[in-house]
Design a protein around this ligand. Structure first.
Ligand code: DIG
Ligand code: MN
Ligand code: MN
Length: 404
């Protein structure tokens, strides 16, 4: 077992060495994942939250996130809770780590077997609110500014069990109630809703980031609520993660993000960032860093992922450093790609002095008349090539390090 020097031995200090300035964060449950899966028990020792904090600091992370139960065992007394929180705060202080995000575990305890906020049992819904209010108090006490809601059990196997319309109303009622609680407490806290199409439930309500973006518009306090898209979850739904976060960014609703790796058609793998679809990871980083003329994402860069079950403790920290290094390498690749004149020659937006003002100026009867009268050579336009084969080959060659 290395004392932490592994991180310096294996990865020479270079420009891709993670630093707190990079805003990388991990959940306690990610690097703390003991390797258990539905077909086998843990393969790694359980790590204490305080050890995880120290190791993340050694790796150059900025922060650590948590579910309530990642830190405070279910059923702990108030005294035990306060002792654990006090020790955790000391570890954060000693290691200079922040807690940007907190969330509630509303999916492990058997009481939530048929959901939490959408359960048919009012006792379950009340307990879910109670548990979440306490977990919000904990998150705020630790300095969190973002509170994530992932409704892992909010769904069905048999849709005969409840009206999906009623389920939506119940979920909205819970989020509105908790926004009211945060207002009442005067907390400076924003909510981020995380979508997933299925697993552990056969179907999970509000299955994608797109569903969540509409749902937010129906809330009492929509300005407090954004989204927390996850690579694996949008990919499981067969969607483009880049397009999902682009819509969230354009709506100024990308309040948090869960980065990881995933192959389509598989269970939620939560793999090391960039370990699967490297091109989509590249395009994700390029977009987050403002590479397409957009305002960059400035929130925490959270890796909701875990090491392979094959790994020992050293492998876990190789995994963590790998997530962060890959992000930084892709960031540098994206800058080189967009600085490539051959790339810019192809992607420079076409301009048309006559049509642009008409298209960009919104509706007017004059614009409608001018557009209706415009002469457009449909055949000639249709025959023009776009050069995207060359463009994508340039992208691939930048990714493979033979350009830039
Ligand atoms: C799973 O993708 C979920 C839970 O791990 C947690 O509630 C949330 C926070 O990132 N992601
Ligand atoms: Mn996941
Ligand atoms: Mn997640």
């Amino acid at each position: 077992m290395h004392d932490g020097s592994l991180l310096l031995e294996v990865h020479t200090l270079d420009s891709f060495t993670p630093t707190p300035a990079d805003r990388f964060t991990f959940g306690l449950w990610t690097v703390g994942n003991p390797g258990r899966d539905p077909f086998g028990p843990s393969v790694r020792a359980t790590q204490s939250p305080n050890r995880i904090v120290a190791k993340l600091a050694e790796c150059g992370a900025y922060g650590v996130n948590l579910h309530d139960e990642d830190l405070i065992p279910f059923g702990s007394s108030a005294q035990e809770r306060d002792r654990i929180v006090g020790e955790f705060k000391a570890a954060l202080e000693d290691n200079g780590l922040k807690v940007p995000m907190a969330t509630t575990n509303l999916f492990s305890q058997p009481i939530f077997k048929d959901g939490a906020f959408t359960s048919n049992d009012p006792r379950v819904r009340a307990f879910a609110l109670q548990k979440t209010m306490r977990a919000i108090d904990l998150g705020v006490e630790l300095g969190a500014g973002i509170y994530v809601f992932w409704g892992g059990r909010e769904g069905t196997e048999s849709d005969a069990c409840r009206s999906p319309i009623e389920a939506t109303k119940r979920f909205r009622g819970a989020i509105d109630f908790l926004c009211g609680y945060v207002r009442d407490q005067g907390y400076d806290l924003r909510f981020a809703l995380e979508a997933k199409p299925n697993e552990p439930r056969g179907d999970i309500y509000l299955a994608t980031t797109g569903h969540m973006l509409h749902f937010i518009s129906t809330l009492d306090e929509p300005e407090r609520v954004g989204v927390n898209p996850e690579v694996a979850h949008e990919t499981m739904a067969g969607l483009s993660f880049v397009h999902s976060i682009a819509q969230a960014m354009e709506a100024e609703k990308l309040f948090h993000i869960d980065l990881n790796g995933q192959r389509i058609g598989r269970f939620d793998q939560d793999l090391r960032f960039g370990s699967e679809d490297l091109k989509q990871a590249f395009l994700t980083v390029r977009l987050l860093e403002g590479g397409v003329g957009n305002a960059p994402y400035e929130g925490p860069l959270h890796f909701d992922a875990h090491a392979y079950r094959t790994e020992d403790d050293d492998g876990v920290w190789e995994f963590a450093v790998g997530c962060m290094r890959t992000y930084k390498i892709l960031k540098s690749r994206a800058v080189a790609f967009d600085a490539d004149p051959d790339v810019q020659e192809i992607i420079q937006a076409r301009r048309d002095a006559a049509l642009d003002p008409l298209l960009d100026g919104g509706y007017s009867s004059e614009a409608a008349a001018a557009i209706s009268a415009a002469t457009i050579d449909v055949t000639a336009v249709a025959q023009e090539g776009l050069g995207y084969e060359r463009l994508d080959q340039l992208l691939v060659e930048h990714l493979m390090g033979v350009r830039g």
